[in-house]
Write a protein that binds this ligand. Structure first.
Ligand SMILES: Nc1nc2c(c(=O)[nH]1)N[C@H]1C(S)=C(S)[C@@H](COP(=O)(O)O)O[C@H]1N2
Ligand SMILES: [Mo]
Length: 229
């Protein structure tokens, strides 16, 4: 088994995230993904569109076997995801609603807990990017992002927003609150290029990020609503 540079395999797949010990957000009775978009001269590209998670699940489905890599340095191996390819959603449900001259460059994924990831459209359209509702043959549980999450296994885990509730399309880079943070994450976060940090080489930040694994893992397990895996 080959892992990307600087990654170490774990047994199982822990709950992990900037949510730390906070429990996962409750899943609404009829969950929806809001669709929004801004661009041009502050113009609205799409607004007021909401895709129900139930309807999303009826789009052509896709299965994906992949490892999952957290920027802190752990990898979960051999996961099986099921859901709808982001590209399928984009081609069938988004593109037809966009102004013909709208040139999308970035996509923002937002979770019910307020977590956000910013992805280049080009990276989001890769053939291994999925909006997943099942993991290893079971409905996605609350630890791993119920009701649906983004999964982009070629990018570090912080791109893969859990508890997805809003997708926003932009024609230029949206404001980035982490810009001046000392541990500002890399924008593209490609695992094989080891794009961990915005300004420093991935190799250099390995020990700092690795030191965070233990504490974040312990805290995240504390907020878990399922038995630990
Ligand atoms: N909504 C939400 N999504 C999130 C996070 C989060 O805190 N909230 N953490 C990210 C990080 S840093 C990682 S490594 C993965 C972890 O996914 P897991 O909890 O399924 O292992 O989720 C990502 N997506
Ligand atoms: Mo992560």
């Amino acid at each position: 088994m080959t892992l990307p540079p600087g990654q170490r395999a774990l047994d199982g797949f822990p709950r992990f995230g900037t949510h730390l010990h906070h429990p996962p957000p409750p899943v609404p009775a009829d969950p929806v993904i809001e669709i929004g978009g801004v661009g041009g001269a502050g113009g609205v590209l799409i607004e007021g569109v909401a895709l129900s998670v139930a309807d999303l699940a009826k789009l052509p489905r896709h299965e994906l076997g992949a490892d999952f890599h957290c920027v802190a340095g752990w990898s979960a191996t051999g996961l099986r995801w099921e859901g709808v390819a982001f590209e399928t959603l984009y081609r069938l449900r988004i593109q037809p609603r966009l102004a013909p001259d709208a040139s999308i460059s970035h996509v923002v994924f937002e979770g019910l807990d307020g977590f956000r990831s910013i992805v280049l459209l080009e990276d989001a359209l890769a053939d291994d990017v999925l909006i997943a509702d099942r993991l290893d043959g079971r409905p996605l549980d609350s630890d791993h992002g119920a009701p649906v999450r983004l999964v982009s296994p070629s990018q570090y885990g912080f791109i893969s927003t859990k508890h997805l509730c809003r997708i926003e399309f932009h024609t230029s880079a949206p404001p980035d609150p982490d810009r001046w943070s000392p541990i500002a994450a890399h924008r593209r976060a490609r695992v094989w290029q080891e794009e961990r940090h915005r300004r420093l080489p991935g190799r250099v930040v390995r020990p700092v990020f690795r030191a965070l694994i233990g504490p974040i893992r312990v805290l995240s397990a504390r907020g878990s609503r399922t038995s630990p895996r």
